[in-house]
Design a protein around this ligand. Structure first.
Ligand code: NAD
Length: 246
């Protein structure tokens, strides 16, 4: 049983989740990292943490993983719903998107946060405290990324799920907020951002003049996961270098 605050990070094996895991360990959390890649999850969780290989869209797998977390640490203070996918190359405009791509994007990006939140809320309700932080996107309510209809719809659903949880559990001492990045340099986006012309075109439209680094988003999650901003729930923290303000 741990006296430390406990955070669970999904998709913590790469990109934003990996940077968030490192940051939360630095902040003093003991971590459980859930990822499809079990080795990456174990490495991100560190020696004091718990790394679990699981698909966040798999109901039994998620239930087992969260039972293992509670058995190991006794509580969950923070859940970071970060695992997500953008969809395959054919998941573009609506009439061109294969059903399998649509379903897989919704399964990971919407059912995943639902299952992980549901599993966590049982523990948070017993504690009378907790904070769920969902990594949505500016393409989840503020703007649309062209030709990514499955992803855009999934992030809007994830954002509204985060808001629903905020409203439904506020009186039980549980908060829920979202972080909405625009473009962040990660393995998910490197294939496009490593094209210098594409990157220059994107960065010319961002007032701060650059895409985000993973640490920028980890920093936002770190602030939300702290005891600061405790009046904030049901909100979306936009991390876009000013892009959607234009
Ligand atoms: P990434 O591809 O670098 O990392 C995603 C991680 O999630 C990987 O470790 C992967 O193994 C894991 N994962 C994928 N499917 C999973 C599943 N079904 N179950 C468990 N783990 C799974 O991606 P990233 O760019 O760091 O993205 C992280 C989150 O941030 C995603 O939700 C993404 O939609 C969101 N986001 C990213 C950007 C961006 O520009 N990179 C912008 C806005 C929002």
């Amino acid at each position: 049983m741990s006296a430390q605050r406990v955070a669970v990070v999904t998709g913590g094996g790469s990109g934003i989740g990996l940077a968030t895991s490192a940051r939360l360990v630095k902040d003093g959390f003991v971590l459980a990292v859930l990822d499809l890649d079990a080795d990456a999850a174990k490495s991100a969780a560190g020696p004091a943490g718990l790394g679990i290989g699981v698909d966040v869209s798999d109901p039994e797998g998620v239930e087992t993983a969260f039972a293992d977390v509670v058995a190991e640490f006794g509580r969950i203070d923070i859940l970071v719903n970060n695992a997500g996918i953008s969809g395959g190359p054919n998941a573009t405009r609506c009439h061109e998107t294969p059903l399998e791509d649509w379903d897989r994007v919704q399964a990971v990006n919407v059912r995943g946060p639902f299952l992980c939140s549901r599993a966590t809320l049982a523990t948070m309700l017993t504690q009378g405290s907790g904070h769920i932080i969902t990594v949505a996107s500016v393409a989840g309510g503020m703007v649309v990324f062209p030709n990514r209809c499955a992803y855009v719809a999934s992030k809007a659903a994830a954002l509204m799920l985060a808001k629903s949880i905020a409203i439904d559990y506020a009186k039980q001492g549980i908060r829920s907020n979202a972080v909405c990045p625009a473009l962040v340099y990660t393995p998910m986006t490197a294939w496009r951002l490593d094209n210098p012309q594409f990157r220059a075109a994107v960065e010319s439209q961002i007032p701060i003049g650059r895409v985000a680094q993973v640490e920028d988003i980890a920093d936002a999650i770190s602030v939300l996961a702290s005891d600061r901003l405790s009046y904030m729930t049901g909100s979306a923290l936009v991390m876009d270098g000013g892009w959607t303000a234009i």
